[in-house]
Design a protein around this ligand. Structure first.
Ligand code: XMP
Length: 334
């Protein structure tokens, strides 16, 4: 393991499979030397970084790695199922699945302030993960999908620069859980993580998938989250993703998703009054997420998506398009 948090200037950028293979071999040796025959715990969200760490550590130490997948109830449609399937079937992972949907949604009920929501989701994630960690014996190490931009961000925050939103990724476990960290990709940039991920045998679509925030659909189901509106959001988002994939936009647009505000408008369905929420489509392009431009989506596709969302998803009666760049908007609405 590198003890150093600074990327050496001499470190070659990992752009090819051969370079990725060499990096993987080197990390396998380092991880084995670091952990020996001890167990390692990893919060596996299914995002690119934690997935790459899981695949790498399984290669290095097999079932000594215990992956814990926490479903906070704010995942996209079929997401948890897909993570489990990929890692249990494809990698023979030692995986613990925790469905904590009720814990999260009960705590979030009635909470409309965006920062409070983020804090609740972040801290409950740690509580659930810590509960699972305490059930396990002889675990000495915690693996994390820290990547180099996370380290650069923490340098910035140490200099006193304030973040716009309180992002969360795992960290800050309670005092009684003292683990030594294993961070095999902490000196890599995102593009390198993806190259390494593919070299490890992770599917292309998963390695190149769009970013998904830690608090998940929680920051897209605006205001106080209710189960019915969250369900509508999950279904509408699945339709949007399916249509973007079918129409060749999935690999082209950096991030695209649906947001549902807590407002209803009057509509008409089967000749009767039909009150429903609007689905807001957001599709943006960026290189660093600090600023973003709007992707132009063909009107014919927007009409089709609108038809599908309003006809297939219970509770939605309008579709709107968000044309706001960042700045002035942020990418997520909360
Ligand atoms: P904003 O909304 O700040 O988002 O323009 C910039 C990028 O960050 C993602 N995002 C998060 N990622 N944990 C994450 O790992 C979070 O809490 C979080 N919140 C926002 C967002 O999806 C966008 O890609």
């Amino acid at each position: 393991m590198q003890n150093n948090n600074v990327r050496p200037e001499t470190m070659e950028r990992i752009t090819t499979k051969a370079l990725a293979d060499a990096f993987i071999e080197e990390q396998i040796k380092e991880v084995r030397a670091q952990v020996g025959d001890k167990k390692v715990l990893l919060a596996l969200s299914g995002g690119v970084d934690s997935s790459v760490v899981a695949a790498l550590l399984i290669k290095a130490i097999g079932r000594q790695l215990i992956c814990v997948h926490v479903n906070h109830g704010l995942m996209r449609k079929d997401e948890s199922e897909n993570v489990i399937k990929l890692f249990e079937d494809g990698f023979d992972a030692n995986l613990v699945y925790v469905d904590a949907t009720d814990r999260f949604l009960d705590l979030l009920a009635g909470v409309s302030d965006p920062e409070k929501k983020r804090k609740i989701i972040g801290s409950e994630f740690i509580n659930v993960f810590a509960d699972e960690a305490r059930k396990l014996e002889d675990v000495d190490y915690l693996a994390q999908g820290t990547i180099y931009p996370d380290i650069l961000e923490s340098f910035k925050q140490a200099e006193g620069k304030k973040a716009v939103k309180s992002h969360y990724n795992v960290g800050g476990l309670p005092e009684d859980l003292k683990f030594e960290l294993v961070e095999p990709i902490k000196l890599l940039f995102k593009d390198e993580v993806r190259v390494v991920g593919e070299a490890l045998g992770l599917p292309h679509e998963m390695v190149y998938r769009q970013p998904f925030p830690g608090p998940g659909l929680g920051v897209r189901c605006l205001g106080a989250i209710t189960r019915d509106r969250l369900h509508a959001l999950r279904e509408a988002d699945a339709i949007l993703r399916e249509e973007f994939a079918k129409n060749g936009l999935a690999g082209k647009v950096w991030q695209y998703f649906v947001v549902i505000p807590d407002i209803k408008s009057v509509g008409v369905k089967d000749e009767s009054r039909y009150e429903g929420w609007p689905a807001i489509i957001r599709a943006v392009n960026t290189t660093d997420a600090m600023s973003a431009t709007i992707e132009e989506i063909p009107y014919s596709l927007l009409h089709h998506i609108t038809y599908r969302i309003t006809h297939e998803v219970e509770g939605l009666n309008r579709v709107l398009l968000d044309l706001t760049p960042k700045p002035i908007g942020t990418i997520e609405w909360e």
